[in-house]
Structure formats: structure tokens, C-alpha cells
Write a protein that binds this ligand. Structure first.
Ligand code: SAM
Length: 298
């Protein structure tokens, strides 16, 4: 088959050559996050074609492979064995075997142990390639109805209360949409903490994505706290939280209770010249320099 490189075509037909399993390569194979039909044709081919599969939970992945009649030798690769097991897997790949890494659901490397083995392969010059597919974070973001042009993925918040509040305080001034993963038994506490730090921002709670009971609740943090005081969280959740708005930024700013004169004086006290203080004040408030100048020279 010819290698088509027609710039008019979005999908180049690169033929069988591109899909041949390469020796000595690690394949990151994305698996469904709920709907079995989301396992791509290419994922099936790669899983059937590699020498072995490294899986976060071998029982789980064995069931997935069995559904597609794929029989493959498997090794486990998870959070608590990733150090020694990663080296063994890399040794086998370096000796010429091909390996598919799969995690429990979704894209390996996103809030699961995939990241470390890619780092190890990079250090050892072992080729890594990806068979992409559904990722809960991206699926939720696109369904959230919130601003998607800029976002920050935070994954799971730490369970250490002090560290968690510190992280949320740090994120409070981020104007990008924030993405969190959460387990159902921790959802109520997380919503309460998000509300305490961020106030009544918009949130989309995306649960059971791609499954029969998929649900997107587009609400505010305050209403979400109330809602979950009345119902028990069930299933898997991605929380999409609006970033800081311009209005919130102005309200939270150190100068929000100062007059323009006090604001300029603050910068002069810090050592700025009068003109630089006017410039800084104008920038903070989104005003033109001459507007600030006029006020302080009235
Ligand atoms: N690697 C995965 C990915 O690509 O999304 C994420 C793995 S992480 C260990 C598991 C978390 O992802 C869950 O606790 C939940 O927050 C989120 N998640 C996974 N599947 C989901 C689904 N179908 N609906 C909602 N959230 C999901």
C-alpha cells in the first residue's frame, strides 16, 4: 500500500507498514473508561501483536483481552512494584521484545503508573509509542460547558488536609479551568474544601462517563455541596471547576479596598517612581494610565 501524504486529507492512509508491531518498543495502549466499544481497532491489533502485556491489574486486563479473544502473556506493573518491575520490563524490551502497557482504564500515564516507565525508557533510549483513546479528564472537560481553551489538570488532590488546602490556595488565582479526579467516598469532603477556598464558582461534576449512567451536573460549588448533603456519591467522578474570573481577581486583589490614591501611594512606598507607580496601578485595575493620573492630580 502506498504512503499517502495528501495535504488535503486529514487522515493519511499510511498502510500496514505503520501498523506493524515494532520490536524493542513499548506501546502505551489506552483502554476504555467505561464503554467497551471505545477500544480502538488499532489497540486490539497492538494488544494481539505484542510479545507481552504489562497491566496495572492483570485480572482486570485479562477480562478485557478475553472479550476480544486475545491471549497474551501478562506481567503486573502497578504503583507498589513499579520500580523493580519497570527495570525488568525495560530489560525485556531492550532485548528485542515488544510490550503493551495498559492501566485499569483510560490513558496510561494520566494519574496512574504509566509515567515512570516512559521516563525509564527515555533514559535507556527505548522507543515508546502511543495508541491513544479516551481519557476521563479530556472527556469531562469537553462535556463541562466551561471554558476549554486553557485548563490545568490537577488529578487527585492529596488526602493530607494541610497540603490539600495549601494546593487549593495556590490554585485560587489560576484563571484556567481546573480538572480534578475524585473517588466517590471522598467527594463530599473535596466539594466542601473547594467551596471553602474558591467560593461559589461554577463546577461540572462528570460521573460515570461513557457508561449507562453517565451524568453531567453543571452547577455551582455551593449548590453541589447542598446536593451531596442530600444524596450519596456513586461511581467515578471528574470535577471541572471554573478558573478565577476577572471580577474575582479584582475582588481578591491586595488593592481591592484601597482608593486609587492609596494604591499609587502603596507602590511609591515600595520604592517606585510616581510614573511607575501610576503605571502599575493602572495595570492592576485594567485602567488607562491617564485615568489614574487624572484621579491623583485632581
Ligand atoms: N488514566 C485514566 C484516564 O486516562 O483518565 C485515569 C486513571 S485514575 C487512577 C482513575 C480516575 O479517573 C477515577 O477516580 C475518576 O476520577 C476518573 N475516571 C476514570 N474513568 C471515569 C469515568 N468513566 N467517569 C468519570 N471519571 C472517571
Amino acid at each position: 500500500m502506498s504512503l499517502t501524504k495528501d495535504p488535503e486529507l486529514l487522515y493519511a492512509d499510511e498502510g500496514e507498514e505503520k501498523n506493524k508491531i515494532r520490536r524493542g518498543t513499548l506501546y502505551l495502549v489506552t483502554t476504555p473508561i467505561g464503554n467497551l466499544s471505545d477500544l480502538s481497532e488499532r489497540a486490539k491489533k497492538v494488544l494481539a501483536g505484542v510479545d507481552f502485556v504489562a497491566a496495572e491489574d492483570t485480572r482486570n486486563s485479562a477480562k478485557l483481552l478475553a472479550m476480544f479473544d486475545i491471549k497474551k502473556p501478562m506481567v503486573s506493573y502497578f504503583e507498589h512494584n513499579k520500580r523493580e518491575r519497570g527495570t525488568i520490563i525495560c530489560d525485556r524490551i531492550a532485548a528485542g521484545e515488544s510490550c503493551a502497557l495498559v492501566t485499569d482504564a483510560g490513558m496510561p500515564g494520566i494519574s496512574d503508573p504509566g509515567e515512570d516507565i516512559v521516563k525509564l525508557c527515555a533514559e535507556r533510549g527505548i522507543p515508546v509509542t502511543a495508541v491513544p483513546g479516551p481519557c476521563a479528564a479530556m472527556t469531562a472537560l469537553t462535556l463541562s460547558g466551561l471554558f476549554t481553551a486553557r485548563f490545568a489538570f490537577e488529578g487527585f488532590l492529596t488526602t493530607n488536609k494541610g497540603e490539600r488546602m495549601k494546593r487549593l490556595q495556590y490554585l485560587k488565582s489560576d484563571d484556567r479551568t481546573l480538572i480534578f479526579y475524585e473517588a466517590p467516598h471522598k467527594l463530599k469532603a473535596t466539594l466542601a474544601d473547594l467551596y471553602e477556598v474558591f467560593g461559589d464558582r461554577s463546577i461540572s461534576l462528570c460521573r460515570e462517563l461513557t457508561k449507562l449512567n453517565e451524568e453531567i451536573i453543571r452547577t455551582t460549588l455551593g449548590q453541589a455541596v447542598t446536593l451531596y448533603s442530600e444524596r450519596e456519591p456513586r461511581g467515578e467522578y471528574v470535577l471541572i471547576v471554573a478558573g478565577q474570573s476577572e471580577q474575582e481577581a479584582a475582588e481578591n486583589a491586595f488593592w481591592s479596598d484601597m482608593t486609587i490614591e492609596e494604591h499609587v501611594a502603596h507602590y511609591i512606598d515600595e520604592g517606585k517612581s510616581k510614573m511607575d507607580a501610576i503605571k502599575a496601578c493602572a495595570k492592576d485595575r485594567g485602567l488607562a494610565k491617564n485615568e489614574v493620573y487624572r484621579v491623583i492630580n485632581q
